[in-house]
Design a protein around this ligand. Sequence first.
Ligand code: NAD
Length: 246
Amino acid sequence: MSLEGKIAIVTGGSRGIGAAIADGLGEAGAIVIGTATSESGAAAISERFASKNIQGMGQPLNVTDADSVAALMSVVSEKYGAPQILVNNAGITNDNLLMRMSDEEWFDVINTNLSAVYRLSKACLRGMMKARWGRIVNISSVVGQMGNAGQSNYAATKAGVMGFARSLAKEVGSRNITVNSVAPGFIDTDMTKVLSEDQKTMMLSAIPLARLGQPEEIASVVKFLCSDDAAYITGETLHVNGGMYM
Ligand code: NAD
């Protein structure tokens, strides 16, 4: 699954699933731009890449800020050229029962997890269309499929990116651009570290494979979707959840 020389942007590449995806694409030969929310986080990504002989760099990005996206796009195109792979991985949770949810809690999650996917995809598409080759992969969630009390905002975004991918796939398929989603179950990252022991025990009892997933187990599926081996898969969601939701 060589991605030799492909230019890839991975949002939220500083830690967790995004770091594993950035490293996985880089180890397959892609030139990776991994984004972090701060300059120091971006510098740490550049150092990590250098230590692993991965081509590319870290760049600061706030996915909710149109100017920040524009700045990223201009740095990437100047230094490497138009991105051919976009992995929309950055995401947050801000949980509350709907009746207690503030507008801020709702829109923070919508802006970060859903509107940013619109903005970044649009920014990358022109170059992909010109090149007649492109891969967009959105990181969704099992919660987008199953729902979860206290996560109506998060679930709406994660179901949203699946529908977005299905629709965009129909718009750009004729240009040889695929748009897919990967829906992880519960993965061992900072996002799940905040769960209580009780919540973890309950979750594990619902996972047939009886363990949390590892970030690398999501990264390998993203790498597959970006490769030529997956050239005929588009508009699809691949569920990587230990058998959880069935
Ligand atoms: P994480 O909290 O470790 O990483 C989230 C990443 O998003 C970080 O790199 C963070 O800097 C970045 N980010 C957050 N807000 C941002 C913003 N405004 N601009 C730019 N970057 C921003 O969590 P993770 O578990 O690695 O999650 C990665 C993705 O996987 C998310 O979309 C998450 O919803 C999804 N996911 C995670 C799990 C899980 O169990 N961990 C399950 C399903 C889906």
